[in-house]
Write a protein that binds this ligand. Structure first.
Ligand code: PGA
Length: 239
């Protein structure tokens, strides 16, 4: 893996320019950072066919391998479709679909069981930040997700995404990102070992350079701005 990684989380959206055009444009130039695109499940194959140098991810998975779980997709199935990495614990999954730390931990195990790279999302809500609980929240999320994980065996990437910064246009300040990434680095050091830490939450071409310059920021997880190849490319090029 390149030392920096910039991941597009398309959520339940597709780029209006079309998948092939988007992927073609991302391959027109080379980036120092590694790139990945995580489309909705049914489009993993289409993204993989046009991927070129871009890695392909999934946005979620079920914790099991197979079974009577209507509407669910296992990590193994996502891998068969062409994904090599899976995002787990995104705050939209935690908040809208009620995924708690225990379920996130099972999904972490599922991704690693399937031999895929894990992107674990963590982050505090606005109320938690205001209460001064950010450190405690990210520590709880990390320790619970990695309980029983053999750090030596697994490819693990952490994405710090303050919930209040996601999709709001209110990205965290570089100072705040530096402080929280340092806290996360300390917890990783004491658990699964040092890992790349991405920042996510309203990353745009305008703020990407100042966030990338922050000590401890190894890449980005990008939502809204990742739906346009020119904006995603501009963000990726800051590394
Ligand atoms: P955003 O989303 O860039 O639209 O804030 C980031 C994310 O949810 O991963």
């Amino acid at each position: 893996m390149a030392s920096n990684l910039v991941v597009a989380n398309w959520k339940m959206n597709l780029p209006s320019e079309g998948i092939e055009t988007f992927m073609g444009r991302m391959n027109e130039r080379s980036y120092a950072a590694g790139l990945a695109v995580a489309p909705p499940f049914p489009f993993i194959g289409a993204v993989a066919s046009a991927a070129g140098n871009v890695r392909v991810g999934a946005q979620n998975c079920h914790e099991g391998v197979s079974g009577a779980f209507t509407g669910e997709v296992s990590a193994e199935m996502a891998a068969t479709a062409g994904a090599s990495m899976i995002i787990v614990g995104h705050s939209e999954r935690r908040k809208i679909y009620g995924e708690d730390d225990a379920l996130v931990a099972k999904k972490v195990a599922a991704v690693l069981r399937a031999g895929l790279d894990l992107i674990l999302c963590i982050g505090e809500s606005e109320a938690e930040r205001e209460a001064g609980a950010t450190g405690a929240v990210v520590e709880r999320q990390l320790r619970s997700a990695f309980e029983g994980v053999d750090g030596a065996e697994a490819t693990i990437i952490v994405a710090y995404e303050p919930v209040w910064a996601i999709g709001t246009g209110k990205s965290a300040t570089p100072d705040l990102v530096a402080e929280t990434h340092a806290q996360i680095g300390g917890i990783l050091d004491a658990t699964v070992g040092i890992r790349p830490i991405l920042y996510g939450g309203s990353v745009t071409p305008d703020n990407a350079a100042s966030l990338a310059a922050v000590d401890g920021v190894d890449g980005f997880l990008v939502g809204g701005a990742s739906l346009f190849s020119d904006r995603f490319g501009a963000i990726a090029s800051v590394f």
